[in-house]
Design a protein around this ligand. Sequence first.
Ligand code: AMP
Length: 308
Amino acid sequence: MNPKSILAVGSIALDTLETPLGKRRDILGGSATFFAVAASLFAPVNLIGVVGTDFPEEGWQLLSDRGVDLSDVQRVDGKTFRWGARYSSDLNHRETLFTDLGVFENFQPKVSEKNRKADLVYLGNIQPSLQLAVCSELPPGSTIIADTMNLWIDVNREELRGVVQKSDIFLLNDEEAVQFTGQTDLEDAADSLLRAGPSTVIIKQGQNGALLATENSRRHIPVYPGAKVVDPTGAGDSFAGGLLGQLAQQTENTLEEAVIMAAATASYTVEGLGLEGLLKATQEGIQRRAGAILQRMDERAIQQGLRL
Ligand code: AMP
């Protein structure tokens, strides 16, 4: 059976990265870009976004070569969104050096008739007001999966609450979960987010995996053990790409299996600077890595059983 269609909004960006293993200036990035490259390995992706007149043709080409539908991406006068960051020597911390919204400042998302019918909607990291503007264009009952980042918790907390409320699945990382909820224990943070609307909350914990939380269950999914981390940029968005890519399959995938595929997808992203790692990912490779994660979970379960 054909996979379900995915509609995604987020940033399409030019990133400047400083990592201990290399630097890049104005390379293709953005939450929507990482998401689309990952999800398009599994299902058709339609993007909503905006780029400026300085956006390189290669960026456009890279997305359309992967079958991403760009008909709702506007190209307008002005500068493409730019983001710069520097990573610590252990790659565990990053400092944002600049965020230039450029054409995102006056962006009014428009969702075409065709895209309104998408089965799954991903609200990638961008101003919460834009995430809400996309929601307002959708018919009731759309399945909404959303992500965010610390900047919006700092400056747009109220609007972000609106996004959480509308989400079926809400994703964020551990530091953001603590910052947003005020709870230092991640299980408590998940409880607090679940009370705010979504039926599922996924808290990403970097090298420590991810917590999958629903009202009745908690599950910890580890990372793929073999990845050599070069640059974590975009790991969260490609995790979401793998997740929605799996949810789009018309098979009996469980949420847990989808999170395992998400973690396997993200493991490719961290292996290269910017998009370089993710661009090497294939469906088969991701499936193989998902198998390794599953094996790790089984081994842990056996060890825990032996300890009882
Ligand atoms: P991640 O590492 O998963 O947080 O995603 C990094 C990507 O998010 C980069 O490619 C950036 O272009 C993009 N990004 C960073 N800050 C923002 C922001 N404030 N709004 C939208 N996208 C952003």
